[in-house]
Design a protein around this ligand. Structure first.
Ligand code: PRP
Ligand code: HPA
Length: 176
């Protein structure tokens, strides 16, 4: 487990002042470029999910970088994957929630029939910053009557106290 975590950490690259001055951007692209590092992320996520009680029935991923890890994990677990998208991208009846970002504002959306009432879901994204995105995602799932068992991210930026904003528990692999 420690070796896998080290491999993941080694493939996160910091970029000062991106996308604006004062932001230290943690880039996950090197993880995706390295098959062993990507496998390590999914292994560590899988290990965590498999010991959860009750069992996760559905993985819900966040636009856009939650889509990189979510389907790989869902396939490992043999469960489905559902998308929460930035507003205006999904067809049919949708539900949406607005929120504030570390840098800017946004609105997330999901299809009304994407989750069944009472379905036990796990949220997944690449990174937790201010927690606005995961907060909005939890609100969306609440509106759709799903049961959120938890959230999972590769990176948690502790200084921004995002986990305090998210009602559900957040599991992270790497913390800064
Ligand atoms: C980033 C990141 C998370 C979110 C975290 O996505 O991938 O989804 O911000 O920030 P928060 O905890 O302060 O809400 P971004 O909105 O930049 O969109 P992208 O994934 O489409 O690049
Ligand atoms: N890195 C990557 N994505 C992000 C960050 C960051 O520091 N903050 C918000 N989204």
């Amino acid at each position: 487990r420690e070796a896998k975590l080290d491999l993941v950490k080694k493939h996160i690259k910091p970029y000062p002042d991106f996308p604006s001055k004062g932001i230290l951007f943690r880039d996950i692209c090197p993880i995706l470029k390295d098959p062993a590092a990507l496998t390590a992320v999914i292994d560590l996520f899988e290990e965590h999910v498999r010991q959860m009680q009750p069992q996760v029935e559905l993985i819900v991923g966040l636009d856009a970088r939650g889509f990189l890890f979510g389907p790989l994990l869902a396939q490992r677990l043999g469960v489905g994957f559902v998308l929460i998208r930035k507003k205006g991208k999904l067809p049919g009846p949708t539900v949406s929630v607005a929120y504030t970002l570390e840098y800017g504002q946004a609105e997330v959306e999901m299809q009304e029939d994407a989750v069944a009432p009472g379905q036990k879901v796990l949220l997944i994204d690449d990174l937790l910053a201010t927690g606005g995105t995961l907060w909005a995602a939890c609100e969306l799932l609440k509106k759709n009557k799903a049961e959120v068992l938890g959230c999972m991210v590769v990176i948690e930026l502790k200084d921004l106290h995002g986990s305090e904003r998210v009602e559900s528990t957040v599991f992270s692999l790497v913390q800064y």
